[in-house]
Every structure is written in structure tokens, then in C-alpha cells.
Ligand binder design. Structure first.
Ligand SMILES: [Zn+2]
Ligand SMILES: [Zn+2]
Length: 650
């Protein structure tokens, strides 16, 4: 180490928390070699303070360093980014007569895409592109990284207007940029990449779509090609199978088939309209949380959809969030649609004087909020402009955090278990920049940890991932086909009470600040509804099903009896299929409409005053007494059972 004694040293922090001293000009790869020669030669890329970087990137003092090898989860991202480059290279080889312009080509959760301007191809061309990509992989070009001055970069990108636009922005911060090249092709790119095209496994192109440059509808519409890459054929097959399963469950298609909701051009983008069947499901979801809220001592409040922006100045949303808000003038005043319900609830709390004995105060509202997402990003119920949060805000004394959060956790797990959703939890703790005293942070984090410990379910601690205004507990859950979703959160807030100057009078007769807790059990109804549609493939549990029972007369002669039977079931959502059609067709239709139970009535049933019951597993039971089936339906609904089980529990 005598050589390094004379050099300036920096220290990086390794994942196990230990510090590694290296020369000040050391790269990620140098650090890996320092840890061990095996790791050094396996290094593909690195992560510095959570950002994926090239292995050639110099480290800096105090950085948290993670070495990325083929074994890391992030390796797939690196390989897919390299696959995106192969796609662009293939496009330029096959379709470029100088006209195609390159935009961006990042990896995504499921693969990668690349955006091109002036590229006119359709789905039939994807096979040719895949062949060309395979040839590029086969050729095993070395992928070379080069550090280039801004002037040089400008000269190289003279024909690429979109790249020049990106370069201009980079030039504001950096003196140099990096290029990656493979064979005859190169791209302005921060990387990282695999060492050669031969290291990319299998690539499959998935679809072609339109995409606005930078997601902004005022810009040019470009051609986006989506693809994915895996290390081997088996992983790709698994992925394609899961994708097909997800498409079968697509909530937009099922929502249309079941007439649950629509999003129309004439009413506006990202603004879902719930049809009667959809609202029926939503209403059941609302009633479910309303019961939980009332049992847990919440009071319902209601606030308007629009407020004067004075409120958003006070809450801080105006400074931090105005680009995502719908803001407009009325006379001399400025107003905004609410992007969050919290400030309205804080204003209600502020309108009283409170004693410590009054706390906790718990407000609940199904609050509609409006957030201006990029139009190009809007999709079904998953990304919308208008959505409703099953919102709740609590104002508590600092020593009440534990018991209140405990109660909220019980409500959340009740909801997730009702829908058979496996979940994970994580505690996000104080970030570097934060408001609030050390005392309140320590106290709050200790209480949250003790709640999580006593909850008896494993959890992760995400150090420094809390909001600047308080720590939080995040839930993530898994649906029926193993996809992971962001779930509910419990968020502590030390900031809003300051901004709104919220107080209560303590036992000591002094004024004190309450802590605010934000919580939602579903999160947004829209996203939860979408998830449920896909989770159940539209086959909702009986208590949620828009149509619970359908009566099918075997022939027109039994129509009168069918209606009398339907009347017997008028406590349930029941319909009669009175069409002049065969029984087989009526059964088919009820099945396609995902109705949990069919009641079939013919001459025999009519003579006996009984019914036949058929469930959606196509099992049938004859000679059932009407009263017995009613009782069964009531119990199945009451218990919120997830599958029809009349024939299963006999
Ligand atoms: Zn790139
Ligand atoms: Zn809130």
C-alpha cells in the first residue's frame, strides 16, 4: 500500500456497511478488484448511491457502492439496454436512408424500447428486425465506451436532432459525455452495457406503438418499438406465458365486456366514467371500508373538488406540485383542482380549538383528486387524471402514534386478506433532508418499528427512504398471477401541522403540535378496482359481483315462474334471461358475463316449486329449495367468500 500512501484517498460504503478506502481516481471496477480479483473480473456495472452506472465511472467519497455482476438483479437491465442498442442498429441497417432519427432507448421493467422518428414500419417487419438483431448478437461486437468532449459529441450527432437536444441539456451539467459503439453503430449514452453483443441472450420484439417525444403531446409522434431480452429461451418462454395470462386479464377489455366503465374522447382523457355495473362494485368496496372506518372511530367529512390556491400555497403543494395540478383563474382569484385531500382535512382540524383529551381526531373521505399526468402516459384505470382515494387523516398526540398505526395496520391487513392478497411491508426511515426535530423522528420511528415487530409479519427497513416530512410504512401485494403492486401506505407527517399551525392544548396547559397521519386502505379506488378485475379475471366474489344471480327459464312456458323466482331473490342482484333462446345459449351467456350463480327453472322445477342451481365451475345441483339457496347466498356474501361455494360445501 506504499504507493497509495502518497495519493489522495476516498472511502466508499459497501452493502454490508463497511468502508473501502481507494485512490481518489478509482473507478467502480477498481473498487471491485480491490475487494477481490474474482469480483473485479466479473464486474458488469455498478450502483453509486442507488444509480446504475458504468464500471468505468469514478467513485466519490462517501458513496454507497454496489458491484453489479451477472448474478445481480440489475444485470437484466444492463443487458436489455444493450439489446435496445442492437434494435436501433438493426433499424438503421434495414430502414435507414438517412431519414430515421434516433430518440431514446431505455430498459424498462419488462424489457426495453427504442423511439424512432421517421420510421414507417408495421408488425410484419418485426421478424426481419429480430433476424438482424440475432445477426448482431452472433457477430459478437465489442461494446466500447468512449468519453467525448461536448464539441466532438455535437459534431458526431449533427444528423440527430433529438440526440442534440439531449446533449444540450447534458452540456449544462457536464464537460464530457459518453458514447457507446458496437460495430459500425454508435450512440450517445450514459450506459452501462454488457461487454459485447454476444453476451445478450435472446431478444424478442413485442409491439409497435406511437409515442410523443418526451411524452408531451405538443411534440412529434414517434414510432416506439417494444422488445424484451432474457438470458435464455426458457426465461423468455416463461415471460411470454405470463404476458399472455396478463393480457387475458386486461382490465380495459374485461371492463368493456362487463360494461363496468368507459373512458371516452368526448369526456376527456384519463377521466373514467363508471357505468351501473362498475359503480355497483365500487359501492360495495366503499361500503366495506366505510364499515371498517366507522368501527375504528373515523368521522366522515366532505371537501369540494376545487380550492383557492391560497390553500395550496399554505400546504406547500403550489411550490412543489403545481406542474401536476389543474389551475385556473376565476375573476381575480386563482383556483386549483385538488391533487390531494390532506390540506382540506387540515383546514377542518384547524377550525377548532382542541384539548389533548379530544385527540386522536380521525377524518375519512372518499376524496376525488385530479393530477395532470402526461397524456401519453394515461392508460385505462392505471394512469388517470381523476381518481378517488379512500383517504383518511388522523391528528394525534406524539405518544398516540403507536396505537393509531397499529389500528390502521389491522384495517389494511383485513382488506388485503379479504381479497386473498399476499403482502410485504417496509418501513421507510428518515432521509438526509427532512423537517422535524431529532426527538420526534426518533420517537416516531421507534413506535413504527414496535408496531411492525408486534404485527408478527416480516418487514424490510428502507433506510433513508422516508418522505422529508415523516417516516412511512409501505405495503406491496401480489395478485393471482404473481404480479407485484404498490399497496396502501401509512405516512406520518410532521410538516403539514407546522404549515397549518395546528395545535392542541396539552395537560400542561401549553399549546402542542399534533402529528398528522395519512392513510388509505385501498389507495386509489381506480387502481384497486383495476387490480381486482385482473386478479379475479372479472369473476368477482359474490359480494362484489355486479350481477349475482341470473334466472334462466328452460322455455318460454317457464318465463312466469322465472320471474316469480327472481322476485324471491330480490334482496340480491338478480336478472332473468327472458330471451327466446336455447338453454345452452343462456348458460353460455351467463358464463361469459361472469355471473357467479345461475338458477335454472323448467317444468319439473315449476311443478315442485324448487330450482336448479348452477355455479360458474359448471357444476349443477337439482331440486334445491329456494329458502336454502337464499340462506346460502346471504352467508357467502356475509363472509365475503372469494369463490361461489354452494355446490362445494354440500
Ligand atoms: Zn443507450
Ligand atoms: Zn394525505
Amino acid at each position: 500500500m506504499s504507493e497509495s500512501d502518497s495519493q489522495e484517498q476516498v472511502a466508499v460504503v459497501l452493502p454490508d456497511g463497511s468502508a473501502l478506502e481507494v485512490n481518489a481516481d478509482a473507478t467502480v471496477e477498481d473498487c471491485a478488484y480491490e475487494i477481490g480479483p474474482g469480483l473485479g473480473s466479473d464486474t458488469v456495472a455498478g450502483k453509486l448511491d442507488g444509480d446504475l452506472v458504468a464500471k468505468e465511472q469514478p467513485v466519490y467519497d462517501g458513496a454507497e457502492l454496489e458491484i453489479i455482476t451477472e448474478q445481480s438483479d440489475e444485470y437484466l437491465d444492463v443487458m436489455r439496454h444493450s439489446a435496445a442498442h442492437c434494435l436501433a442498429q438493426a433499424v438503421e441497417r434495414l430502414y435507414d436512408e438517412g431519414a430515421v432519427k434516433l430518440a431514446i432507448g431505455p430498459p424498462t421493467d419488462e424489457g426495453f424500447y427504442y423511439d424512432f422518428d421517421n420510421l414507417d414500419i408495421d408488425a410484419e417487419d418485426l421478424a426481419d428486425l429480430e433476424d438482424e438483431i440475432a445477426a448482431i448478437i452472433e457477430a459478437d461486437y465489442e461494446i466500447e465506451r468512449e468519453v467525448v468532449s461536448i464539441d466532438d459529441a455535437e459534431a458526431r450527432l449533427a444528423d440527430e436532432p433529438y440526440k442534440l437536444e439531449l446533449l444540450e441539456e447534458l452540456a449544462e451539467e457536464e464537460d464530457t459525455v459518453t458514447f457507446y459503439s458496437q460495430g459500425e453503430w454508435e450512440d450517445l449514452c450514459a450506459g452501462p452495457h454488457v461487454d459485447s453483443t454476444g453476451e445478450i441472450g435472446v431478444v424478442e420484439l413485442l409491439e409497435i406503438a406511437g409515442a410523443y417525444w418526451r411524452g408531451d403531446e405538443d411534440n412529434t409522434m414517434q414510432t416506439r418499438i417494444y422488445g424484451t431480452a432474457f438470458e435464455d429461451e426458457g426465461d423468455l418462454e416463461d415471460f411470454l406465458e405470463r404476458k399472455q395470462e396478463a393480457e387475458k386479464r386486461d382490465h380495459r377489455r374485461i371492463g368493456n365486456e362487463m360494461d363496468l366503465f368507459s373512458i371516452q374522447d368526448v369526456t376527456g382523457p384519463g377521466l373514467p366514467l363508471y357505468h351501473p355495473a362498475g359503480k355497483t362494485v365500487l359501492k360495495e368496496l366503499e361500503d366495506f371500508v366505510e364499515d371498517l372506518n366507522k368501527d375504528a372511530g373515523y368521522d366522515y367529512v366532505e371537501t369540494p373538488h376545487v380550492f383557492k390556491t391560497d390553500l395550496w400555497h399554505r400546504s406547500g403543494h403550489y411550490e412543489n406540485y403545481q406542474d401536476d395540478m389543474f389551475i385556473f383563474d376565476v375573476g381575480d382569484d386563482e383556483f386549483g383542482l385538488k391533487p390531494m385531500n390532506c390540506p382540506g382535512h387540515a383546514a377542518i382540524f384547524q377550525d377548532h380549538s382542541w384539548s389533548y383529551r379530544d385527540l386522536p381526531i380521525r377524518y375519512a373521505e372518499n376524496g376525488k383528486v385530479y393530477r395532470k399526468e402526461q397524456r401519453g402516459e394515461l392508460s385505462g384505470l392505471s394512469r388517470v387524471w381523476a381518481f378517488t382515494i379512500d383517504d383518511g387523516h388522523l391528528f394525534v398526540r406524539p405518544e398516540q402514534i403507536k396505537s393509531e398505526v397499529e389500528a390502521i395496520m389491522d384495517m389494511i391487513t383485513d382488506v388485503l386478506e379479504t381479497f386473498d392478497l399476499e403482502y410485504e411491508m417496509a418501513l421507510a426511515t428518515r432521509p438526509e433532508k427532512s423537517v422535524g426535530s431529532d426527538e420526534i423522528w426518533t420517537r416516531a420511528e421507534e413506535q413504527l418499528e414496535s408496531v411492525l415487530d408486534s404485527h408478527g409479519h416480516e418487514y424490510d427497513i428502507e433506510e433513508g427512504d422516508g418522505a422529508f416530512y415523516g417516516p412511512k410504512i409501505d405495503f406491496a401485494f401480489e395478485d393471482a398471477i404473481g404480479r407485484s403492486w404498490d399497496g396502501p401506505t401509512v405516512q406520518l407527517d410532521f410538516n403539514m401541522p407546522e404549515r397549518f399551525d395546528l395545535n392542541y392544548v396539552g395537560e400542561d396547559n401549553e399549546e402542542h403540535r399534533p402529528v398528522m397521519i395519512h392513510r388509505a386502505l385501498y389507495g386509489s379506488y381506480e387502481r384497486f378496482f383495476m387490480m381486482l378485475i385482473e386478479h379475479y379475471e372479472g369473476r368477482f366474489p359474490l359480494w362484489l359481483a355486479p350481477e349475482q344471480v341470473r334466472v334462466l327459464p328452460i322455455s318460454d312456458d317457464n318465463l312466469g315462474y322465472a320471474h316469480r323466482v327472481a322476485n324471491e331473490f330480490d334482496d340480491f342482484r338478480v336478472e332473468v334471461d327472458g330471451r327466446d333462446s336455447t338453454l345452452e345459449r343462456k348458460i353460455r351467456a351467463a358464463h361469459d358475463d361472469r355471473v357467479p350463480y345461475q338458477i335454472i327453472v323448467g317444468d319439473n322445477e315449476e311443478a315442485d316449486g324448487n330450482i336448479s342451481v348452477r355455479d360458474r365451475f359448471e357444476d349443477q345441483e337439482y331440486d334445491v329449495e329456494i329458502e336454502a339457496f337464499k340462506t346460502h347466498l346471504e352467508d357467502e356474501i356475509e363472509d365475503q367468500r372469494t369463490e361461489p361455494d354452494f355446490l362445494q360445501d354440500e
